[in-house]
Design a protein around this ligand. Structure first.
Ligand SMILES: C[S@@+](CC[C@H](N)C(=O)[O-])C[C@H]1O[C@@H](n2cnc3c(N)ncnc32)[C@H](O)[C@@H]1O
Length: 188
């Protein structure tokens, strides 16, 4: 291989790497949010606020690489369903599940979260963009069973009243259907 061939191969390699990275981060922008793992402290607030426990069925809408999924299953012992649209992240989720404990508690779905049926959800977690949260609102209202808790990092469910909000970790807790009850003092 000449010096020129090597430079060309290196350039192609770097281009492919950059393309894969850009795809990994930006592809799901089209669906509702790009990729950014929920910070550990926010995950803890979400799971504590929702009082997640072994009797819960938790849906993580846009599961990413599993920051919420694996913590909810391993530490809080919930049955967890994680849905992720982006294939590389989905493969990472499947690999993490295969090599970790409590895999029987974790169901993974590759696809669009807006097509998921939430009728058996007791807890829903989300770290999605405002537009996706707005699209989710009518879905929550028609599918969630009474008493279900929705916890969201960063963005609120528009038009709903939060039961709690933690400004340090930017986490909103909603309880369905109280979230659409007339606003009480202290509601967010
Ligand atoms: C900000 S990340 C949050 C990841 C994860 N929940 C966590 O806590 O680490 C949002 C994730 O939602 C995924 N996503 C965006 N729109 C989606 C859709 N319509 N259906 C399924 N997943 C989606 C993205 O691919 C991305 O991995």
């Amino acid at each position: 291989m000449t010096g020129l061939d090597f430079q060309l191969a290196l350039a192609i390699g770097l281009f492919v790497l950059a393309a894969v990275f850009a795809y990994f981060v930006f592809a799901s922008f089209l669906f509702g949010a790009g990729y950014q793992p929920t910070p550990r402290r926010s995950v803890e607030t979400m799971l504590r606020y929702a009082e997640v426990g072994p009797r819960d069925t938790l849906y993580d809408l846009g599961a990413g690489t599993g920051a919420i999924v694996f913590r909810a299953a391993r530490i809080y012992r919930a049955r967890v369903i994680g849905v992720e649209v982006e294939p590389i992240r989905y493969v990472i989720l499947v690999l993490r599940r295969s090599f970790g404990p409590f895999s029987d508690r974790i169901t993974l779905r590759r696809g669009n979260l807006f097509r998921l049926d939430l009728h058996d959800a007791t807890v829903v977690t989300a770290f999605l963009w405002p537009g996706a949260m707005a699209r989710l609102r009518p879905k929550f209202e028609s599918e969630l069973p009474p008493g279900a808790r929705v916890v969201s990092h960063c963005h609120r469910v528009p038009g709903w009243t939060a039961e709690r909000y933690d400004s340090k970790t930017d986490v909103y807790l909603y309880r369905w259907p109280d979230a659409i009850a007339p606003v009480t003092e202290g509601g967010t």
